[in-house]
Design a protein around this ligand. Sequence first.
Ligand code: SF4
Ligand code: SF4
Length: 359
Amino acid sequence: MQGWARELGFSQIGVAGVDLSSAEPGLLQWLAQGFHGEMHYMQAHGLKRARPAELVPGTVSVITARMDYLPADTPAGWQALEWSRLQRPQEAIVSVYARGRDYHKVLRSRLQKLAERIAQEIGPFGHRAFTDSAPVLEAELARRSGQGWRGKHTLVLSREAGSMFFLGEIYVDLALEPTAPVTAHCGSCSSCMDACPTGAIVAPHRVDARRCISYLTIEHAGAIPEEMRPLMANRIYGCDDCQLACPWNKFAQPSRLPDFDARAGLADAQLVHFFAWDEATFLRLTEGSPIRRIGHARWLRNVAVALGNAWRATGDATLRQALASRAAHPDALVREHVQWALAQRSWHACAEPGSQGIC
Ligand code: SF4
Ligand code: SF4
């Protein structure tokens, strides 16, 4: 099975049983603390997440898979390149995983092909493939089946591949022998917790999604809390900081699929360029990208926050002009974030030395 999986672009597969009862108290506590924010689907599905046979009746094993996603041309020392983007406040930072094709499509179709390949060998069997698409306790299933251990940032971490990979699962009605978990290797390290710009990793292995930039820029639908906006800096879609800081990611592997190659313009575009996209342009240029899922208004909301931060940091009048061009946007969410962004620096500051004086 490993050979077939590798042919399909997966780096490793494993098998987990379906008794996840020992993970239930932690899940319930995380929900009770409200750390899931507005991800109400997490609460709505309750313990179904931890009970695979309730989600898909008849499930007795789960095949887990991981797929590396660093673009094939990722250079050595890529983390330093990513950190350097924070020094250029007018540049938009899109999380590395989101620069290529939508992983949901890539993984699900390949998991389906893997299931079909197994069926060719053993005959038809019941199965359903998932990747970040249903109430599935993905990271816990991956940990149990030996894909890696849970880092203090809660992501799954492998000695061979760091954490820069996607996870997928096939729920099957076959009784398969589980693969063994691996030991954890975080030790006394706390680099991810120290690097998190918002303090979202409130304790080892515990993330408050409400403070996490990935959640705020992607999952969260409404206004971004004002106290969080300056902390986002120029990150407009996701955040990689806890992964960039992790020493194990020096072992992160490039993808063997071209699907995750960065699309032209997504890795190093200027904020004003993205802010100028009208809805039709947004939909056209994000076709097949995970970014399309957040829609144009949330996209503008995120870019407006980053523009406000850049405007405060640089006083560059072109940023103010870009923001002003959206001040009467029909969507109240966009208008409010634009107003906040414009207020990040006083108009009079333009007359100060170094302000370029062209407000
Ligand atoms: S993704 Fe960013 S904000 Fe979220 S926990 Fe990691 S470092 Fe913190
Ligand atoms: S940065 Fe350190 S503590 Fe955090 S996941 Fe990596 S090894 Fe573990």
